[in-house]
Design a protein around this ligand. Structure first.
Ligand code: FAD
Ligand code: 2HG
Ligand code: ZN
Length: 474
C-alpha cells in the first residue's frame, strides 16, 4: 500500500501529465524487468510524459517529495541501469512517448529528435531526407537515441564514425532540480566553458534526463561492400585490420571479429541463417567498406584488399556479398550472437576494451587461464575488433545448470577476466556502461582520482541523489 506522501505525489504526477500516463497497475514487466531477464524491480509508478515541460514537472515533483527517478528509453541496456530497484518507491520515467523528429537541417547536416525516438526510426528519417545517420546496433529496432546517448553506445560503425558521443552536437536536458537546459545549438564549435553535453553523454541517467538531441548527419555512401572472411587466429584478424586501414582508409566502416563458438551458437539456434565458413576456422571477420566513389571503384579497391590478405595468409577463405540482401544477411548473423547466447542460457558478459595490439596476447592468455580454472568453460568471444572492443563472454559448461553457474562462478570469473584486462591496460566497460551490474566492481579498476571527481560531479549536479541512484557511482 502506498503511503499518504506517495499518494500525494501520484496525484501531483497525474495532474501534471494526465492520469492515463501514470501507470501503477497491470503488467509492468516491460518496464520493470531488464532485457537479459536477470533482474526484476518494482516501481511506485511508471510515468510517461509527452513533452519536455512534463518531464520537468515530474522531476520537480519527485525532487520535492525526495522520490528517486529511473529514466528509461527502450530498456535494451545490458548492465541493469534502466529498471527500478525492488523497493516499490522509485518512479520509472519512460521517454517512449517523446519520439518526434523535430527538424532536419540539410545545410548544417543535423537532425534534431526527441529522446524517445527509436534508433531505427531516426536512421529512416535521416535516409528519407537523403542522409546517413550512422549509429547502428543490434537493438536498433527498440533502443532509443536518449538511451544511446546516456550509455554512449558504440555499435558496428564506430571504426569510421565514432561512438554516440562523437555523433552528438547538442542536448536538451532536464536537470535534477527540474530545470530545462536548452543546448540544441547544432554548433560544431562552441568554446564557452565546460562541456556539459559531454558530461551528460554516458552518464546513464545519473546527472540529468535527456529530452532531445541534435545529431550529426553524413552523406549516404554511393557503394557498400561487405565480406565475411575466415582468419586463422586473432593475430591474423589484427593483421587484416591493419591492411584494411591501409587499403580502404576512411572507407572502412565496419570490422567485426567472431569466434567459432559464438558462431556455432548462431548455427545451433538459428540454422536458417546459414552461417558461412565457421566450421573451418577459429575466427571469422565481417568487413565493410562504404564509399562515396562509384560501385566499380569501390569494388576494385575492396577486391584488391582481399587479394593482398589472401597472399599475406591472414585470410584463408572469404565470401563477398553480391547484393544488399546478402550483405544484410551477413550482418544479421553477426547481430544474432547476443540472442543465440541468450537462447543457450544465462551467461556472464564482459564488454571490454584494450588497445588493438594487446588483443591477441590477452585472448591467448585469458582463454588458457579460464580453461585451466573452470573445466569445460565455453568462451563466446566476438566484438568490434576495429575499436579494440571485445564481448568476451563466458557460458557455463555444456549441460550444466546456467543459474547455478552464475551463482557460484560469476564473481570469480569477473575477477579473473577484469584483473587480466587491468594488467593489459584496458577498460571493463567499452560500450554498455556501468549500470548497477558493475557499480561495485568499478572502484577496483578505475583510477581512484577519476572516481573521486565523478562522485564530486554527481554531488554537485544531483545533491539529493534522486537521479538513478545506485548506478555508475554510489
Ligand atoms: P535503456 O536500456 O532504457 O537505458 C539505458 C541507460 O540509459 C539507463 O541507465 C537509463 O536510466 C538511461 N537512460 C535511458 N534514456 C535516458 C534519457 N532519455 N535520459 C537519461 N538517461 C536515460 N550497446 C552498444 O553500445 N553497442 C552494441 O552493439 C549493442 N548491441 C546490443 C544488441 C542487443 C541485442 C541488445 C539487447 C543490446 C545491445 N546494446 C548495445 C545495449 C543497448 O542496446 C544500448 O546500451 C542502448 O544504448 C540502450 O538504449 P535504450 O534506449 O534501450 O536505453
Ligand atoms: C553487440 O556488439 C552488443 O552485439 C551485445 O554489444 C554484446 O551480447 C553481448 O555481449
Ligand atoms: Zn557491442
Amino acid at each position: 500500500m502506498p503511503t499518504a506522501a506517495q499518494l500525494d505525489l501520484l496525484n501531483t504526477l497525474k495532474q501534471a501529465i494526465g492520469a492515463a500516463h501514470v501507470l501503477t497497475e497491470g503488467d509492468l514487466t516491460a518496464y520493470e524487468q531488464d532485457w537479459r531477464k536477470r533482474t526484476r524491480g518494482q516501481a511506485l509508478a511508471v510515468v510517461r510524459p509527452g513533452n519536455t515541460q512534463e518531464v520537468a514537472a515530474v522531476v520537480k515533483a519527485c525532487a520535492q517529495a525526495r522520490v528517486s527517478i529511473v529514466p528509461q528509453g527502450g530498456n535494451t541496456g545490458l548492465v541493469v541501469g534502466g529498471i527500478p530497484d525492488d523497493s516499490g518507491t522509485q518512479v520509472l520515467l519512460s521517454l517512449q512517448r517523446m519520439n518526434a523528429v523535430r527538424a532536419v537541417d540539410g545545410d548544417n547536416l543535423t537532425i534534431t529528435v526527441e529522446a524517445g525516438c527509436v534508433l531505427q526510426n531516426l536512421q529512416q528519417a535521416a535516409e528519407k531526407a537523403g542522409f546517413l545517420f550512422p549509429l547502428s546496433l543490434g537493438s536498433e529496432g527498440s533502443c532509443t537515441i536518449g538511451g544511446n546517448l546516456s550509455t554512449n553506445a558504440g555499435g558496428t560503425q564506430v571504426v569510421r564514425y565514432g561512438n554516440t558521443r562523437e555523433l552528438c552536437l547538442g542536448l536538451e536536458v532536464v536537470t535534477a532540480q527540474g530545470d530545462i537546459l536548452h543546448g540544441l545549438s547544432g554548433l560544431r564549435k562552441d568554446n564557452t566553458g565546460y562541456d556539459l553535453r559531454n558530461l551528460m553523454v554516458g552518464s546513464e541517467g545519473t546527472l540529468g534526463i535527456i529530452t532531445a538531441a541534435t545529431m550529426k548527419l553524413y552523406p549516404l555512401p554511393a557503394a557498400k561492400l561487405t565480406a565475411w572472411a575466415a582468419v586463422p587466429s586473432v593475430e591474423h584478424a589484427v593483421r587484416l585490420l591493419g591492411l584494411a586501414h591501409k587499403h580502404l582508409g576512411a572507407g572502412l566502416t565496419g570490422f567485426e571479429m567472431m569466434g567459432q563458438f559464438a558462431l556455432s551458437l548462431v548455427d545451433k539456434h538459428y540454422p536458417q541463417l546459414r552461417v558461412p565458413l565457421w566450421q573451418q576456422t577459429p575466427y571469422c571477420v565481417l568487413l565493410e567498406n562504404s564509399d562515396t566513389e562509384s560501385e566499380t571503384h569501390a569494388r576494385e579497391r575492396f577486391e584488391h584488399l582481399l587479394e593482398i590478405a589472401f597472399e599475406d595468409g591472414c585470410v584463408t577463405d572469404a565470401v563477398v556479398a553480391e547484393s544488399l540482401s546478402q550483405a544484410r544477411n551477413l550482418w544479421h548473423i553477426r547481430e544474432s550472437i547476443t540472442m543465440a547466447q541468450a537462447e543457450e542460457g544465462l551467461n556472464i558478459k564482459h564488454d571490454i576494451s584494450l588497445s588493438v595490439s594487446a588483443i591477441p596476447t590477452f585472448v591467448a592468455e585469458t582463454d588458457a587461464m579460464l580453461k585451466r580454472e573452470i573445466e569445460g568453460v565455453r568462451l563466446v568471444n566476438f566484438g568490434h575488433l576495429g575499436d579494440g572492443n571485445l564481448h568476451y563472454n563466458v557460458q557455463a559448461p555444456e549441460g550444466s545448470d546456467n543459474q547455478a553457474f552464475l551463482k557460484t562462478q560469476e564473481d570469480r570469473v569477473n575477477t579473473l577476466v577484469y584483473d587480466a584486462v587491468k594488467r593489459f591496460g584496458g577498460s571493463i566497460s567499452a560500450e554498455h556502461g556501468v549500470g548497477s551490474l558493475k557499480v561495485d566492481t568499478l572502484p577496483d579498476y578505475k583510477d581512484p582520482t577519476a572516481l573521486a571527481v565523478m562522485r564530486q560531479i554527481k554531488q554537485a549536479l544531483d545533491p539529493k541523489g534522486t537521479l538513478n541512484p545506485g548506478r555508475v557511482v554510489r
